[in-house]
Design a protein around this ligand. Structure first.
Ligand code: AMP
Ligand code: MN
Ligand code: MN
Ligand code: MN
Length: 274
């Protein structure tokens, strides 16, 4: 079974429409798919309608940016109700910050001679959503950097000119929004945060205490060892397992929708609880 519970459309930093995401899922022989745009549920109705036409099981999702102590983390909500007022108000808060941040990123880049970055990055987005990915793609297209990861290293993180501290909602609030809307809260790509394993274990324990339900233990390029590490952290904290490619679809990216390492999740698989 191909199952992908973490993907992006152009309602955040992906390139494809929600419909195109579903077509990709059908072509990749997915049995279950979730669209999980950053801080946005705008693509879910279109995706669900299209999935229904293909008899593809669709799970409404969202990937919410959150602050936990000094860390910016991503919490995926699966099985959410997009009409829930608490969730809507929460996402609105994050998007206010997102817009202000984009302008500040533009100002930061201006200081090192990169002109009109905000305008150029915005024009790469087909929707009102603007993310660091749009800035990164723009700088790659302009030849300022060779690839996305060098943009993040040189311009968008730490004390670099286009880095802005992530004033996202608090992790406990984000988990509450997801729960209020009937969803399950999953820590996305646990091994991708820049922190030691000890800190990741502490982070996961703290998130469990405030209601986290699961951990994404398989992503696109997870090695067997990565999966084993993540599974152990999930087990220690009695968390469910989730999985997803984190597909965005930019031409210079190699992640494929629906293509993640095969794994036998057993009874703790999040799908059994949705
Ligand atoms: P934002 O939500 O605007 O802060 O943007 C975060 C997004 O940027 C992530 O969801 C990734 O898609 C992308 N991203 C973050 N770090 C990197 C990196 N080192 N290389 C490529 N993409 C990245
Ligand atoms: Mn992204
Ligand atoms: Mn993420
Ligand atoms: Mn993602």
């Amino acid at each position: 079974m191909n199952i992908d519970l973490h993907t992006h459309s152009y309602y955040s930093d992906g390139v494809l429409s929600p419909k195109e995401i579903i077509h990709k899922a059908v072509n990749a022989d997915c049995q279950f798919i979730s669209l999980t745009d950053h801080d946005s549920t705008e693509g879910l109705v279109e995706a669900e309608e299209c999935a229904n036409k293909f008899n593809l099981n669709f799970i409404k999702g969202v990937e919410i940016s959150a602050k936990h102590g000094p860390y910016s983390i991503h919490i995926v909500g699966l099985g959410i109700n997009v009409n829930n007022k608490t969730l809507i108000a929460g996402l609105e808060e994050n998007n206010q910050f997102r817009i202000n941040r984009a302008k500040l990123i533009g100002e930061g880049l201006q200081k090192v001679g990169i002109e009109n970055a905000y305008k150029k990055a915005s024009s790469l987005s087909k929707t009102k959503y603007i993310t660091r990915t749009h800035f990164a793609q723009m700088l790659v297209m302009e030849g300022v950097c060779h690839n996305m990861s060098s943009v993040f290293k040189k311009y968008m993180t730490g004390n670099k000119p286009g880095a802005v501290k992530g004033e996202w909602a608090k992790s406990e609030d984000v988990i509450n929004w997801i729960h209020s809307s009937g969803g399950l809260a999953i820590l996305a790509h646990p091994l991708r945060y820049k922190m030691t394993l000890t800190k990741l274990k502490k982070l996961t324990r703290e998130l469990k205490e405030i209601g986290l339900n699961g951990l994404e233990i398989v992503n696109s390029y997870s090695s067997d060892e990565d999966i084993a590490i993540a599974k152990q952290i999930a087990d220690t904290n009695k968390l469910l397992y989730s999985c997803g490619s984190d597909f965005h679809g930019w031409p210079n990216q190699t992640v494929e929708l629906g293509k993640i390492p095969k794994y036998d999740y057993g009874k703790n698989f999040v799908l059994n609880y949705l």
